[in-house]
Ligand binder design. Structure first.
Ligand code: ITT
Length: 233
């Protein structure tokens, strides 16, 4: 749990999700009565990974079918603040839903953490994954120091109130050219530590066993399990 969530009154935190919200025990195999989550994203790659990571105990919906939502400006200086901004803004619009928002990106050591929170728009607002990758490889041309890490922060909110945040990261290095077709974003140029293949060459099962998002989602499921146990007492 983040320092932001820790600094809150713990009783306040446990009261945010009702017993009804927590009625489906994560860990059950049937998805009868699975917990409904609204993922505050239009990035369908994220939605696919969340679906694979959360499994059948959660019913996930994202914002792709929602029209006329106001633009949410990610003006925070950190992944955590931007995840919180997205989660709170969307949970105000959908007050009955349990909302999760993911803010994530790639930090490259020799670029002092860039592209970081600007990962999605590194090559400009109307850029693309391909252009972002090209720009990063250009910035790193000839650089012997290529270590990097992916980071992910997930914020959980209900009815305009932050409940908690969880985070995950995975260390690795940047290749000299793109390799592989799987995944999205910077996956074709990121080799996780302990591997020789990029995330885009590895299967989704392997990425989902070690990724920044997998670690953050594990923290989220742990949080739900703890809340569910205390709601039963
Ligand atoms: P939402 O804000 O709608 O969720 P977004 O794509 O704009 O979608 P972010 O602001 O969190 O989301 O930016 C995340 C970017 O970081 C993403 O577009 C990729 O470029 C990169 N990224 C994050 N996780 C990644 C992963 O698992 N593999 C590759 N690139 C990733």
């Amino acid at each position: 749990m983040s320092s932001r969530a820790k600094s809150r009154d713990p009783d306040e935190v446990t009261l945010k999700l009702s017993q009804r919200d927590l009625s489906t025990p994560p860990g059950m195999t049937a998805n009868l009565g699975a917990m409904d989550l609204l993922l505050a994203t239009r990035n369908q790659h994220k939605t696919r990974e969340f679906g694979q990571l959360l499994g059948p105990n959660f019913t996930l919906r994202d914002l792709t079918s929602e029209r006329d939502l106001p633009e949410i400006l990610e003006t925070g200086p950190t992944f955590e603040e931007n995840a919180v901004i997205k989660a709170i803004a969307i949970s105000k619009i959908f007050p009955d839903e349990i909302v999760i928002a993911d803010d994530s990106g790639l930090e490259v050591k020799s670029l002092e953490g860039a592209p970081g929170i600007f990962s999605a728009r590194y090559a400009g607002k109307n850029g693309s994954d391909r252009r972002n990758v090209e720009k990063l490889l250009c910035e790193l041309e000839g650089a012997p120091e290529r270590s990097a890490r992916f980071r992910c922060v997930i914020a959980l909110a209900k009815d305009g109130e932050l409940i908690t945040t969880v985070a995950g990261e995975v260390a690795g290095r940047i290749t000299k050219s793109p390799r592989g077709e799987n995944g999205f974003g910077y996956d074709p140029i990121f080799i996780p530590e302990g591997f020789e293949a990029t995330f885009a060459q590895l299967s989704s099962e392997t990425k989902n066993a070690i990724s920044h998002r997998a670690k953050a989602v594990a923290g989220l499921v742990r949080y739900f399990n703890i809340e569910r146990r205390s709601a039963r007492k």
